[in-house]
Design a binder for this molecule. Structure first.
Ligand SMILES: [Zn+2]
Length: 335
């Protein structure tokens, strides 16, 4: 195996992860290109350390068009002081920084979807190099990992914090305790369409306590969704024992995505008419959306029906839809 061992990451941090105090620096990723022969991608990060203790790794901008995480984490990075911390907080507000600057889900450099690029490659594309650095250099340091998401430009979600069903039930229970501490209005037992290559999976396979969120979408944030993110991240640090005090726990509605029937996908392009809004109760078989063909008048719309009953927890955001797009997601309320 040794001759196949991976080369070191080309990324150099400008901070010392083992030094006490606050450091605002960068992950510097060499990227030679037309406008900068020996240039780099400079991914901002903050490390706040005060002695030995648990390590939290907090990330936003894994997808570049999702904003609650970057808002909460740029705010936290400037406001959290080492005297308020026991242990270490590593903050990367915009993980896929080129995508974040472009306002797009994937990187404009290589079209890489960071959350489908794990474990990454040290000799790969820019996005693969970012994934590899998190896989081998940052995740191994962490005890607790929070990765913020929302719907981006093409989806909108009920605001929820989520964890996954895991083979290790103790690890799963700790993750759901952290979801509860985050205290989003909704809390989800989340099913992934395809978990291969996800940061979530990488963290979970390393045995980390991993939680994620979907806090809104449409390529923007709201006052409400930004507030949920800011409260949630402090609650996570309190629950982990890194920040003093107990989590400010708010009422939450627990949701479950039991199987693939929670997803509906479009089979043709068209103009989408929502029939229900986020948070509405939907019966099994109910028409949740109509897709009108746009080529001519006089044609009946295609009706999209719920394959199970529950509440609408996600929807396609733009007014036009394409074949294969996710139309809605339905989740079941659990007591
Ligand atoms: Zn995302």
């Amino acid at each position: 195996m040794s001759e196949n061992a991976l080369r070191p990451s080309p990324i150099s941090p400008t901070v010392d992860f083992d030094a006490d105090g606050v450091q605002h620096g960068f992950l510097r990723l060499p990227y030679s290109r037309d406008d900068s022969a020996w240039g780099s991608v400079m991914i901002p990060l903050t490390v706040i350390r005060n002695g030995k203790g648990p390590v939290a790794l907090l990330t936003g901008g894994n997808h570049g068009d999702e904003y609650e995480g970057p808002i909460a984490l740029f705010d936290l990075a400037r406001s959290l002081k080492p005297e308020g911390v026991s242990g270490t907080v590593i903050i990367v507000p915009a993980m896929n920084y080129p995508a974040f600057l472009a306002g797009t889900r994937t990187s404009p450099i290589d079209k890489g979807n960071l959350n489908r690029s794990f474990p990454g490659r040290p000799d790969g594309t820019v996005t693969q190099k970012i994934a590899d650095y998190f896989q081998r250099n940052l995740l191994p340091r962490a005890d607790v990992v929070l990765d913020f998401h929302s719907g981006g430009r093409t989806l909108d979600f009920l605001p929820f914090c989520a964890a996954h069903i895991l083979p290790d039930k103790e690890q799963e229970a700790r993750a759901f305790e952290l979801v509860k501490a985050f205290s989003a209005p909704y809390s989800m037992k989340m099913l992934e369409i395809d978990a291969v290559g996800m940061y979530d999976t990488a963290a979970e396979e390393m045995g980390k306590v991993f939680i994620t969120t979907e806090l809104g979408g449409g390529g923007t944030a709201t006052a409400k969704s930004a507030g949920i993110a800011k409260r949630g991240v402090i609650n996570v640090l309190r629950h982990a024992g890194i920040v003093a005090g107990s989590a400010e726990v708010m009422p939450t509605t627990w949701l479950d995505m039991p199987d693939g029937n929670c997803f509906s996908f479009a089979e043709e392009d068209g103009l989408i008419e929502p029939v229900f809004d986020l948070g509405d109760e939907v019966g099994e078989g109910a028409v949740v959306a109509r897709i009108y063909p746009t080529g001519r008048t006089g044609a009946a719309p295609r009706e999209i029906r719920a394959k199970m009953g529950g509440i609408l927890c996600a929807r396609h955001f733009p007014g036009l839809i394409k074949a294969g797009d996710c139309v809605v997601v339905i989740a079941v309320v659990v007591s």
